[in-house]
Design a protein around this ligand. Structure first.
Ligand code: PBG
Length: 325
């Protein structure tokens, strides 16, 4: 038996040939830009551990969201940093709280051009920094937290958020919030479940970005980084509870989970390229150790290839401009 030579390089001989056989691409419409708005600011304030990313005032927020829309980015995900915190995170569901006020501003400014999304979690609003309220023994009380999330969901929907990012990792959060929204007539408000959110060291710079008060860790509610099957199971449960979209987070350390989730559920799957992933590339690029633009684009492509239909990235606007040529 004789076979013709296998010559794989035939597929790679020119840019046009490579373009014809490239399996994956990234488009601006698939990118979501996370944004931080801080109560009381008059100007944007840079975040030291995330060069190029800032905490925004309402005015600077409006400006960057408009830039994102003009670049063709598909959505913005808003995080609020309040001036005052308390044990139950009162600022989170206060209609005058910074996140809800900023949501109203963005919905009016860019709500027709892209999808205005809000983070639904208590950690930025609590004085202890946990994602939920605490029981008497100091543990995070799942079911008491669901009541706070429900109130937060209604406030965000009333403020004009089109998609709620449920990032708190409480059991039952998707079902409870879906029911509450529907009962109030918010049947069109989408739910993105941070289904497989791991207790990761790569959230480090984010903690500075939101001025986190957390001491300790989130290991009693976020997933153990060693567990792939459990991450897939979380996504299945969230899909059954009614999530419109499920997420894997962080992205690059968990591409195997992302692939398996994509192959398992039917809903869209998103990934979150988190603050530590951003900071690593920026730091290496600043040292001249890697090619910044090529590294960023390769990272986005890899996350898409692993199965993300869309992704959150702090490079969304810049990458969208590159991708548009
Ligand atoms: C919690 C939340 C976190 C991030 C997004 N939402 C931090 C955490 O769980 O500790 C991290 C995002 C990032 O690192 O870019 N509401």
């Amino acid at each position: 038996m004789s076979f013709p030579d296998v010559r794989m390089r035939r597929l790679r001989q020119s840019p046009a040939m490579r373009g014809l056989v490239r399996e994956t691409s990234v488009e601006p419409r698939q990118l979501v830009l996370p944004l931080f708005v801080r109560e009381g600011l008059t100007d944007a304030q840079p975040i030291g551990s995330m060069p190029g990313v800032a905490q925004h005032s309402l005015d600077s927020l409006r400006a960057v969201a408009t830039e994102a829309a003009e670049a063709g980015v598909g959505g913005v995900m808003l995080f609020g940093v309040p001036a005052v915190r308390d044990a139950r995170g009162s600022g989170a569901d206060d209609p005058k709280g910074i996140l809800n006020v900023a949501t109203e501003v963005l919905a009016a400014e860019v709500g027709d051009a892209l999808v205005v999304q809000t983070d639904l979690c208590l950690d930025e609003f609590t004085d202890h920094g946990h994602c939920g309220v605490l029981a008497a023994d100091g543990s995070v009380d799942n079911d008491a937290t669901l009541e706070r999330y429900t109130s937060m969901a209604l406030s965000q929907a009333r403020a004009g958020s089109q998609l709620l990012g449920l990032s708190g990792m409480m059991d039952g959060q998707v079902a409870v919030i879906r029911r509450a929204l529907d009962a109030e007539g918010f049947t069109d408000t989408l739910l993105l479940a941070y289904a497989a959110k791991y207790a990761s060291a790569f959230y480090g710079p984010f903690r500075e970005a939101v001025d986190s008060q957390l001491r300790g860790d989130r290991r009693t509610y976020q997933l153990d980084p060693g567990n792939r099957r459990e991450g897939v199971r979380e996504a299945v449960v969230d899909e059954q509870e009614g999530a419109d979209i499920v997420m894997v987070k962080p992205a690059m350390g968990f591409l195997d989970v992302l692939r398996e989730v994509r192959d398992t559920v039917q809903v869209p799957v998103w990934a979150y390229q988190v603050s530590g992933e951003y900071a690593m590339v920026e730091a290496a690029a600043a040292n001249g150790w890697i090619d910044r633009r090529a590294s960023i684009l390769e990272s986005l492509l890899s996350i898409r290839r692993a199965g993300a239909d869309a992704l959150l990235t702090y490079w969304a606007t810049e990458a969208a401009r590159w991708l548009r040529g």
